[in-house]
Design a protein around this ligand. Structure first.
Ligand SMILES: C[S@@+](CC[C@H](N)C(=O)[O-])C[C@H]1O[C@@H](n2cnc3c(N)ncnc32)[C@H](O)[C@@H]1O
Length: 424
């Protein structure tokens, strides 16, 4: 693998490339480097490569001409990657893809970045090493060089292998230990000294699953899992932010088509479906709020059928879900009930198909510290006073499109899933 590095600071790479496995790989002829300094391609008498940005603003911008001339020295077939926070994320998958190339060019930006016309004129692929901003592309290029080089055959000695490392199987890696066998009272797990390869493999897989669930549960969305993996994941105690999440379905005050305040009737479908969502995602509770005594009575009758009546034996799962519904009058009663159960007044997050500026990740941050009551409206949406009194309003589902008329049951499912996913 040959890396051509286009950088105004080639000296940046001296020390990292002269030690460890990278320098051994260079000695073995597995990888090689050439440096191209854009300053050598500047026609400016001071060899400047930057200029002030059009439109004003701080900092300088790398000019297109010296970079383009530098890139023209490369063979036409070489893949040119430009380190750029706006680029495709550098992942193990991308590293694997790049390791199959014979040559890669890495263009390192500096200052405020590179004149945008370079991307229009040259086939450069922007690559980002993370959602943060570095001073220049050189440290990002080093990350890419390491990630790709270690996948080049023979780069790692016989004793090291990329196969079991974090991300290679879509999971984080298991923990490692070396001598002494006991340190500060902490013993190496017994299984690792057993010499039993089968048991060690099972233990390592389980630890991998545990680390991923605890530290990067998002990775489980795409990891390939066996039935045994899933059984083990289920057996692990996990933090459940969903227990802090409550849902309220409000029947008053809500609006009708004309924007007038009305009271709506409860529906059996909303009662059942949101109860099932609430049970499936392990929520703290589901409140059905109606000020009408006969509606509350009807809700209790329906629930009673499933909780204690014939429904309880006919469908115990349904009974489990409906048995947790709490029927209250006004929303304030639901808020007070949560406060009395948890000792904390919940953050009230209202929902609407029309407005709202809170993102799901902001609500998830609240969930880590407070009970959160997600308030859903019936009719044509929550009354203005409920919207005005809330701590936050969740951004509408499909806020980029004109048509987003979902049933409240569908909206509840989508919102809860966006907040908690499979692991929350
Ligand atoms: C100070 S940064 C420019 C940031 C740019 N103004 C922006 O906000 O997107 C200078 C150079 O550092 C490199 N760089 C900074 N952060 C990076 C990241 N997360 N991934 C890859 N390259 C990065 C790029 O080459 C970039 O052109």
């Amino acid at each position: 693998m040959r890396f051509s590095i286009i950088s105004i600071f080639p000296e940046f790479f001296e020390s990292p490339l002269s030690c460890g496995l990278l320098s051994k790989a260079v000695d073995k002829g597995l990888i090689s480097f050439q440096f191209i300094n854009p300053r050598h391609y500047s026609t400016d008498k001071h060899h400047n490569v930057d200029d002030r940005p059009y439109g004003g603003g701080p900092g300088m911008v790398m000019a297109v001409e010296p970079l383009r001339r530098a890139l023209e020295t490369l063979p036409p077939s070489v893949r040119i990657l430009m380190l750029n926070p706006k680029g495709r994320p550098l992942t193990q998958k991308l590293a694997r893809e790049l390791a199959a190339e014979e040559e890669l060019a890495l263009l390192c930006g500096r200052y405020e970045g590179v004149d945008a016309r370079l991307e229009e004129l040259c086939a450069v692929e922007p690559v980002s090493v993370g959602d943060f901003v570095l001073n220049g592309g050189e440290s990002g290029a080093l990350c890419l060089i390491e990630a790709v080089s270690r996948l080049v055959p023979d780069f790692m000695g016989r004793d090291e292998s990329a196969d079991e490392e974090s991300f290679s199987s879509g999971l984080l890696e298991y923990p490692h230990y070396t001598r002494p066998e006991e340190y500060e009272g902490l013993a190496v797990p017994e299984v690792l000294s057993s010499g039993h390869h089968g048991r060690i493999a099972v233990w390592r897989r389980e630890k991998s699953l545990e680390a991923t669930l605890a530290l990067r549960p998002d990775m489980l969305d795409t990891a390939l899992l066996t039935d045994q993996d899933i059984r083990h994941l289920r057996s692990i105690e996990r933090v459940r932010p969903g227990r802090n999440l409550y849902v309220a379905l409000v029947h008053y005050p809500v609006e009708n088509k004309r924007g007038e305040t009305i009271t709506t009737s409860l529906t059996n479908l909303d009662l059942h479906d949101i109860a099932r969502v609430s049970r499936t995602y392990g929520l703290g509770g589901y409140y059905l709020c109606t000020p009408l005594a006969d509606q509350r009575e009807m809700a209790r009758t329906l629930i009673g059928h499933w909780k204690d009546g014939f429904g309880a034996t006919a469908n115990p799962d349904r009974s489990d879900a409906l048995g947790r519904v709490r029927v209250t009058g006004l929303l304030e009663e639901a808020i007070a009930d949560i406060e009395s159960r948890t000792g904390l007044r919940p953050k009230v997050v209202v929902t609407s198909a029309k407005a709202g500026d809170m993102t799901c990740s902001q609500v998830v941050e609240w969930l880590e510290a407070f009970p959160v009551l997600l308030v859903l409206g019936t009719g044509h949406g929550l009354g203005r006073e409920v919207l005005a009194a809330a701590d936050g309003a969740l951004r509408a589902i499909r806020f980029l499109d004109g048509y987003n008329h979902l049933s409240v049951r569908s909206a509840a499912s989508i919102m809860v899933d966006r907040l908690l996913g499979d692991t929350g």
